[in-house]
Design a protein around this ligand. Structure first.
Ligand code: R1P
Ligand code: URA
Length: 232
């Protein structure tokens, strides 16, 4: 079998998939950390790999940028490839003075400016949250590794470049940072009865305007990658 976006056969993909937005971050992770690696997807250059980490089977696949993109890939993984857990490993822009470059955010919930949940025709507003068992494991691992981490709410935005800066209102509501995928991932997991979590590394700050390079975002957010691999 295959889908329009994934050339894997059923059985090629592990029960747990780590998903960076950047397919080159997926390639870097697979090449750096996995043993017995097999590439299962290259359609649209959205690279996907399965291998073992400390003897445990795990897959890594890019999600692309934004909710429509992760919406497609995660839907297919959950519904057509029997994937049980997806752990997004992404970058984000900090909203807070005390959330510094390279800190880790373990995402508890995601707010959004998108209408992704409109499809469910709910009689209200859907709150997208991560799976608590995965979140708890990530917190324990981050503590064990003595990492600087924050747990909380983020904004999943349709926008990277905002015509009008409305961040202040999200900051007032307690969002720690902005990224572009978690709300759709959590909603897809809930709809499929599966589990999802997002780990983020702060790549830039909307407070101080500090930023990391594209290459740093691809290859150096290893603390987050290692937490994800350890709990997979
Ligand atoms: O680094 P990734 O995982 O792609 O995540 C963030 O980076 C992209 C924007 O540069 C968006 O996808 C955003 O969510
Ligand atoms: O979506 C994102 C990701 C990183 N930095 C941002 O400002 N936004």
């Amino acid at each position: 079998m295959s889908t329009p976006h994934n050339q894997a056969n059923k059985g090629d993909i592990a029960k747990t998939v780590l998903m960076p937005g950047d397919p080159l971050r997926a390639k870097y992770l697979a090449e750096t950390y996995l043993e017995n690696v097999k590439q299962f997807n290259a359609t649209r250059s959205m690279f996907g790999y399965t291998g073992t980490y400390k003897g445990k089977e795990v897959s890594i696949m890019g999600s692309g940028m934004g909710m429509p993109s992760i919406g497609i890939y995660s839907y297919e993984l959950f519904h057509f490839y029997d994937v049980e857990n997806i752990i997004r490993i992404g970058s984000c822009g900090s909203f807070k003075e005390d959330v510094h470059l390279r800190d880790i955010i373990i995402v508890q919930g995601a707010c959004t400016d998108s209408n992704y949940a409109h499809q469910y025709e709910l009689p209200g507003t859907y709150s997208a949250i991560s799976d608590y068992s995965l979140l708890e494991k990530a917190v324990e691992k981050a503590k064990e590794k003595n990492l600087t981490y924050h747990v909380g709410n983020v904004l999943s935005s349709d926008l990277f470049y905002h015509a009008d800066n409305k961040a202040d209102k999200w900051i007032k509501m307690g969002c720690l940072a902005t990224e572009m995928e978690s709300y759709a991932l959590f909603a897809n997991a809930a709809y499929a009865g599966k589990k999802a979590l997002t780990l983020l590394t702060v790549s830039d700050s909307l407070v101080t305007s500090e930023e990391t390079t594209a290459e740093e975002r691809e290859k150096t957010f290893t603390a987050m990658m290692e937490v994800a691999l350890e709990i997979a």
